[in-house]
Design a protein. Structure first.
Length: 127
């Protein structure tokens, strides 16, 4: 495991940082997903990077990997309780990003996930 900071805020940012982790969490929020489904849902990510990000997230306790004893083997990824606890934080970051985009005259009408059909409907987080 990469050495994480002793400072709580810095540690949290180290765990969720990266271009793809929040998108992956967003897509897993609706339930367990197979690798191929995640790869199609998270636009622009390669399989190699997706696997690396999932392994990193599993190492930090955000994602659980289940291998089913079938031929061929079926593997599913799901958020753990710790991963699910990020939902209100991610929603608040999303709303903050929209507001910042409006200030800059950009980003109006974007959805939380890169593909609106990839996740279940979401409720706004009360401020």
């Amino acid at each position: 495991m990469n050495r994480l900071s002793n400072l709580p805020l810095e540690r949290a940012l180290q765990i969720i940082s990266g271009r793809w982790k929040l998108a992956i969490i967003c897509h897993l929020e609706a339930g367990a997903r197979r690798l191929s489904v995640l790869e199609r849902s998270v636009e622009g990510i390669s399989q190699k990077v997706l696997i690396q990000q999932l392994r990193d997230m599993e190492e930090h306790g955000l994602v659980h990997r289940t291998v089913y004893p079938e031929v061929p083997a079926r593997v599913e990824y799901a958020l753990t309780g710790l991963g699910l606890s990020l939902k209100p934080i991610i929603l608040n970051l999303h709303h903050w990003g929209i507001e910042q985009g409006r200030v800059m005259g950009e980003l109006d009408g974007l959805t939380l996930c890169s593909r609106a059909d990839a996740a279940a409907p979401r409720q706004a987080v009360e401020a």
